[in-house]
Design a protein around this ligand. Structure first.
Ligand code: 5GP
Length: 181
């Protein structure tokens, strides 16, 4: 990690403990239920890989990739599905895994799409929650940390596709986006 560009917020050991706790809670809550864990690409992939290994249940895994329609419709939160699920979620308990919930607009749209497909339940688990920026009525059912309004990278989160592989959650120093535009 280049510590001239980032400040560490949560280091790998803290993250491991937190994700273990989340997995334990999810294991208890979904015991005896048919659970499908859905990761939202790309940001969720690292958190999801760690989380599902802490869930001691026979889970099904799937992924969805979405993108916003562009600046003019950003506020509606309407998203385009780039990659849909491979399998049906009918009668299953769905747990959506996301890296961070910011405005909540993306998840509001995804939840609405998935609820139309006949799941038994739809819940949200995110590593980070930024409640101060919320625009949609979305509250994660499970989250690792509630954070201030800082731009974070690492553990799947990027800035211009960089830093996703950093093993810590880090605050990107403003000098980096000033330099890169
Ligand atoms: P929203 O909740 O606003 O619809 O969007 C959530 C998405 O915005 C996240 O999945 C993530 O891709 C991106 N995002 C929001 N806040 C941050 C942040 O602090 N850092 C990074 N890297 N991405 C963010």
């Amino acid at each position: 990690m280049n510590l001239q560009e980032v400040d560490v917020l949560y280091d790998p050991a803290e993250l491991r403990d937190k994700i273990k706790e989340l997995g334990k809670k999810i294991t208890e809550d979904y015991s005896g239920k048919q659970l499908i864990v859905i990761g939202i690409l790309k940001g969720a992939f690292i958190f999801m890989a760690d989380l599902v290994r802490e869930i001691d249940l026979p889970v099904e895994l799937d992924f969805m990739d979405v993108s916003s329609y562009g600046a003019s419709t950003m506020s509606s939160g309407e998203v385009k599905i780039i990659k849909d699920l491979d399998n049906s979620i009918q009668d299953k308990h769905v747990l959506i895994v996301e890296d961070i919930v910011d405005t909540g607009l993306t998840l509001k749209y995804i939840v609405a799409i998935l609820k139309k497909r006949g799941p038994r339940s739809v819940k949200i688990c995110c590593l980070l929650d930024k409640p101060s920026r919320r625009k949609a009525d979305i509250r994660p059912d499970y989250y690792g940390y509630s954070i201030e309004d800082n731009f974070v990278v690492g553990c799947g989160l990027d800035y211009n596709e960089k830093y996703r592989n950093y093993p810590a959650v880090c605050i990107l120093k403003p000098s980096v986006y000033r330099k890169q535009g």
